[in-house]
Design a protein around this ligand. Structure first.
Ligand SMILES: NC(=O)c1ccc[n+]([C@@H]2O[C@H](COP(=O)([O-])OP(=O)(O)OC[C@H]3O[C@@H](n4cnc5c(N)ncnc54)[C@H](O)[C@@H]3O)[C@@H](O)[C@H]2O)c1
Length: 690
């Protein structure tokens, strides 16, 4: 056994601590009048992999012209060769030289230069997304998921910050895939920022289109909370993963009762996937997570999210057995390829309770998935230099992975797709993951757990951020939310009692779990009533001065109404409409005229470019009556839009939930479905045939 004692990855090598005034001046400067000194490459920082060389010579000229349009002509003789070099070396032009020297992180809202408090709140959220402690590849402006970007380059960041610092509540900033198109006159009721990410003409939405448009500097993959400035570090995903693993465990144990520990096997210790071992521990299971990147393993181990690290399977197997036999709650990392792990588990005929995968298969060709049998560094070179060979290796690897998983599910394992496009990409690779009727052999976690238990009742990843950056405010907000939940649980209908109870437990334990990384943020799965009640209570506490500064409300796009994604969020929609994207688009339009401070709509997020349309919002509340009015109106719509659609799709939970929502909400009249008898339909069709 090789038990690693790894040091935390060092960050912040070239970041200066500067005064508040210097910070403000730097923000207001935007793109500087004279060229800043070039930045050295920082080998200790987790950098994005080199992207493949996809542009033709003509397109490379275009990419450089596009990049240079941010700068006056006198800079071009220096910048043109520098950007050409970046394009050749990294496949993208990040404009590293223009990364500001100040430490990028969420600061107290008072520190941001502003004429609009709402804009200052957005700056806080945006800088949090790019904090070295929060972002996955901070120098390349990648927040999570390998390619989930806040901006395409540093010029966009500088310009955006300057616009936000100078805009008023009578203007709206328009952002196209990280590019700030500009400020336009609007009005106080309008969103301060409207974000679109990766929106392309539908026929031009293949993975290579993303590579090309992104290399040209005209589009970006915003993931969900990356390009919408709503990422709150790992706690969002820890909470979501905890309730998923907890409910999967309950389901599995109901089918296979046992006194032994529940074994959960998966892969990925990256931005989101790194939550699995921590969540596994909170949910009380033995988790074994494979990860090929030693830097990612080191980060999670140094955080204490992984208890033990193994680099060889011969040592790992007896450790797993011991933990399961003694019902020990522990998280084990296998530093190696997950295919090797699955094949060994299958060869040893180990009984695995729960299995999943959280490699970044939404991005299979550019660093999201590392094929088995190829050294990590070599794989990084191969994907850029010999992309066809690399893709072939990924396909072979996926086939082997699926074969091993199939052997274990035959022995009783419950395997679920974890919203990373595993089944989609495995099926495209020719792996044995399909049923005879053309559907996947395994469910997604939304089909079995998140959809029927949470989304169909309006429960989703609501969150808030205390803009004072003061942990005391967060603790106060936790207490307020717990009080609201305790009150709601008294009269809640039976079908949502367990969801409320799990979330009450979460919020009561939240402080103890020490999940805050970056901004003072909290996630809590709530339904429409819960979100409105908690938000109102927070607003009242700000008014009383109990919370010292405004609070930002928001949510992950991965929610009841925000996302149309047939292989994830809407995979439990069975009326044939799962490939439509009306819900996500309607959601963002509706939020924008009901009081959101900013809104965003993205192509891609979670399962990949072209596979999903998702949207979200942010709303600053400041204790005013106006904030109370806005939050009530907007949050109600933001959840009930999705409930209405899920109910129309004949999902039983949603039909019940939307009836309750209509009963308590004057003015809401939703079209409800009549349920037809399937046997009569089949008989009718037969009659016509004969
Ligand atoms: N279920 C959800 O709620 C949810 C939420 C967010 C993200 N996701 C999806 O999960 C995936 C992972 O997200 P992330 O932010 O952690 O991405 P990430 O890129 O930060 O992490 C994925 C990790 O998998 C590792 N990996 C790749 N191939 C491997 C292999 N063959 N064996 C072992 N390790 C391997 C990578 O080295 C990387 O560290 C993405 O596709 C994302 O869209 C799901």
């Amino acid at each position: 056994m090789l038990f690693l004692r790894l040091l935390p990855v060092k960050y912040n090598l070239a970041m200066k601590e500067i005064s508040k005034e210097e910070f403000r001046l730097s923000v207001l400067t935007g793109i500087p009048d004279s060229l800043p000194v070039a930045k050295p490459y920082e080998p200790d920082v987790n950098h994005a992999p080199k992207r493949k060389d996809i542009l033709t010579e003509c397109e490379k000229v275009l990419a450089l012209k596009n990049a240079l349009r941010y700068f006056p002509a006198e800079f071009h003789s220096v910048l043109a060769p520098e950007f050409a070099e970046e394009l050749a070396a990294y496949g993208r032009i990040y404009m590293y030289r223009f990364r500001p020297d100040y430490k990028i992180c969420a600061r107290p809202i008072e520190d941001y230069p502003c004429r609009s408090k709402q804009a200052a709140a957005i700056m806080l959220m945006l800088t949090n997304n790019l904090d070295d402690a929060v972002a996955q590849h901070p120098r390349e402006l990648i927040v999570y998921g390998g390619n989930g970007a806040a901006f395409q380059n540093w010029a966009q960041y500088l310009l955006t910050m300057k616009y936000l610092a100078t805009m008023t509540d009578e203007q709206t900033l328009v952002m196209y895939s990280g590019h700030p198109m500009g400020l336009f006159p609007s009005h106080k009721e309008a969103p301060r920022v409207v974000v679109t990410n990766g929106m392309v003409i539908p026929n031009y939405s293949s993975k290579d289109h993303w590579e090309k448009f992104n290399a040209l500097g005209v589009s970006q993959y915003g993931q969900m909370t990356a390009g919408s400035f709503m990422y709150i570090g790992p706690q969002g995903i820890v909470h979501g993963t905890t309730i998923t693993v907890l409910n999967a465990k309950r389901m599995q144990r109901a089918k296979h009762p046992s006194d032994k520990g529940v074994l959960f096997v998966s892969s990925g210790l990256g931005g989101m996937s790194g939550a699995q071992p921590k969540a596994g521990t909170i949910a009380g299971v033995v988790s074994v997570i494979a990860e090929v990147n030693p830097k990612a393993v080191a980060v999670r181990y140094s955080q204490g999210w992984v208890d033990e690290v193994f680099t060889d399977l011969d040592s790992l197997m007896p450790r797993i057995r011991k933990a399961v036999d003694t019902n020990e709650v522990v998280s084990l990392a296998y530093q190696g390829n997950v295919v090797d792990l699955w094949e060994r588990l299958a060869a040893d005929e180990m009984y695995v309770d729960l299995g999943s995968d959280q490699t970044s298969l939404h991005n299979p060709w550019a660093g999201g998935y590392y094929p088995v049998g190829i050294d990590f560094e070599l794989a990084n070179r191969l994907m850029a230099e010999e992309p066809d060979k690399f893709q072939e290796e990924v396909r072979k690897s996926l086939c082997r992975q699926a074969a091993a998983i199939n052997r274990l599910t035959a022995g009783g394992m419950y395997f679920f797709d974890y919203g990373n496009a595993f089944l989609l990409e495995a099926s495209r690779a020719g792996a044995d993951v399909m049923k005879g009727d053309g559907t996947f052999r395994y469910p997604s976690y939304v089909q079995d757990i998140m959809g029927p238990l949470f989304f169909d009742y309006g429960f989703g990843p609501f969150r808030w951020v205390c803009t004072s950056c003061d942990p005391k405010d967060l603790a106060t907000s936790d207490r307020i939310a717990a009080d609201v939940l305790e009150r709601l649980i008294q009269t809640a209908p039976a079908d949502i009692q367990s969801q409320l109870a799990d979330n009450l437990h979460w919020i009561n334990e939240a402080g103890k779990n020490k999940l805050v990384v970056g901004s003072q943020a909290r996630i809590l799965y709530l339904d429409a009533l819960g979100r409105v009640e908690v938000a109102k209570a927070l607003n009242a506490a700000i008014e009383r001065g109990e919370i010292s500064a405004p609070v930002v409300l928001g949510r992950d796009h991965h929610d009841v109404s925000g996302t149309d994604s047939p292989f994830r969020e809407t995979s439990n929609i069975y009326d044939g409409s799962s490939f439509t994207a009306d819900m996500a688009v309607q959601n963002v339009i509706g939020d924008s005229f009901r009081g959101a401070t900013w809104v965003s709509i993205h192509n891609g997020g979670g399962v990949g470019w072209g596979e999903v349309i998702n949207g979200g919002f942010g709303m600053m509340i400041d204790g005013s009556a106006d904030a109370d009015r806005r939050l009530s109106s907007m949050l109600l719509w933001d959840v009930n839009n999705g409930l209405a659609r899920r109910s129309w799709a004949r999902n039983q939970g949603a039909m019940d939930a939307i009836r309750r929502e209509m009963a308590r909400t004057p003015g809401m009249v939703v079209t409800l479905p009549y349920i037809a008898d399937e046997n009569s339909i089949k008989a009718a069709l037969k009659q016509i045939e004969s």
